[in-house]
Design a protein around this ligand. Structure first.
Ligand SMILES: [Zn+2]
Ligand SMILES: [Zn+2]
Length: 154
């Protein structure tokens, strides 16, 4: 559990370094794709009226590029900024495990690319076009069939 100790009227800073396996506790099938630990830093702000939690999650993920199918890794930083209800604090401890987990899950991109302008694979010969051009004539490939051809070529 990622527990932040809270004292009334005092801002509480926190930092956690945790393995993805422990953090997700099998709630998230993507945990094996995290490289190294997940780091969470932030602060609980108490202005006397409302409680707020702000912070950042740092992690490194590995994935298969959706276009060129190579394995790649990237560093991710995700921010959170939420109001806290006092009822969430139990015995002076605020458990932020779920907040961190939900933030990470919601922040995962729909498309994984090794780089924003990845050129992908040639639909004819399967050559990785990031490494250079192949000699195929691209003009006669039906664009609706291109994704199929790409998989056949692998
Ligand atoms: Zn790629
Ligand atoms: Zn080609």
């Amino acid at each position: 559990m990622l527990g932040v100790q809270i004292s009334k009227g005092v801002n509480a800073q926190f930092k956690f370094v945790e393995s993805a396996e422990k953090l997700f506790n099998e709630d998230f099938s993507d945990e094996e794709n995290f490289v190294g630990n997940v780091e969470v830093v932030g602060e609980v702000l108490d202005d006397g009226l409302t409680l707020k939690i702000v912070g950042k999650i740092y992690c490194r993920k590995k994935f298969i590029c959706d276009r060129c199918l190579i394995q790649a890794e990237e560093n991710q930083v995700h921010e959170f900024d939420e109001e806290i209800d006092e009822s969430e604090i139990v015995d002076g401890i605020l458990d932020i495990t779920e907040l961190v987990r939900d933030t990470l899950i919601a922040a995962q991109p729909i498309q994984n690319l090794c780089k924003p302008d990845c050129k992908g694979l040639c639909p004819k010969c399967g050559e990785n076009l990031n490494d250079g051009k192949c000699n195929c004539d691209k003009s006669d490939v039906d664009p609706r069939l291109a994704p199929l051809l790409r998989f056949n070529a692998v």
